[in-house]
Design a binder for this molecule. Sequence first.
Ligand code: GFB
Length: 342
Amino acid sequence: MSHTNTMTLTSHAMPRDARIFVAGHRGMVGSAIVRKLASEGYANLLLRNSAKLDLRNQSNVESFFAEEKPEYVFLAAARVGGIIANSTRKGEFLYDNLMIQTNVIHNAYTCGVKRLLFLGSTCIYPKLSPQPIKEEYLLTGTLEPTNDAYAIAKIAGIAQCRSYNDQYGTRFLSAMPNNLYGPNDNFDLTSSHVLPALIRKFHEAKVAGAATVTVWGTGSPLREFMHVDDLAEASLFLMNLPEDSYTALLACQAAPALINVGSGEEISIADLARTIKDIADFSGELVFDTSKPDGTPRKLADSSRMRELGWRHRTDLRDGLRDAYRWYVENSCNQIKLGNNL
Ligand code: GFB
């Protein structure tokens, strides 16, 4: 925790009583946004779980917007998952994400939502993009095949926000975070991302007195990680940007209405595994299963636009990993759940 994100303290586009819809509020990202909104005094939050409101259903979403009339929307609902879920369930990742975002973004337009923040991931950028990845590299090369269905859906969402801004004058912004972790992460080993998977694997191996833990792939890919509370803070920061800064982001010629939100904290999968091994106090060995895919070799976001606006992440990776490990141990009995934020 090293600095103050001053702009969040001095200007607020969203009044404290604004009607704010957090789509996907039970997922890791949505729940972090709800915590942050609540801590800042926003009391008029519109929250629906998927049993009450299936965001893939056009008429349900239409009725919800017509009845509740949200003024601001954080679109954190998505079908998400790690490398194996992404590569083996492409139909679900494409269909669910396209349906959710199409319905929410369209109804945000028809109901006159003032600002909408659409969240995706840095896997939307080309597999072999120059590093660090600037927003304008979108659609300049071939996607990583293990997550191309998810990426294509998210790119469609970015295009929808841009197209609606152009044609209808909406003020919708897309933010692309790097690999996130934190409370309410998905710890199911078949569908989770690497960080929660390793936390669970090392903890269970320690408890069982196992000799080894298996890490997928070669361990050489680099990933940039950020605590989800930092993304939640960035999301409010963007939603509360003063009008001129927000307008400049939407109008940015190189990459309109698109901004990266990263920490710059990059680490190889092997080093991540060693760090979590340490934190979990596991004394056995690592085994690399190279029959599993590595995915993209590197995806370090260039987050200089966020920094120029005055935002920086707060949580150092090692501190964040310790917190995430503690959270898992305290919640592991009831938090092993399936991988989606619907
Ligand atoms: O986090 P992860 O599943 O997804 O995997 P991506 C990152 C790297 O960690 C890959 C390795 O090289 C994995 O092979 N890895 C090692 C493991 N051990 C494990 C393990 O036990 N579980 C998992 N899951 N990985 C996803 C995309 O890409 O990242 C999504 O598929 C999204 O679309 C998300 O962008 C943020 O970082 O490769």
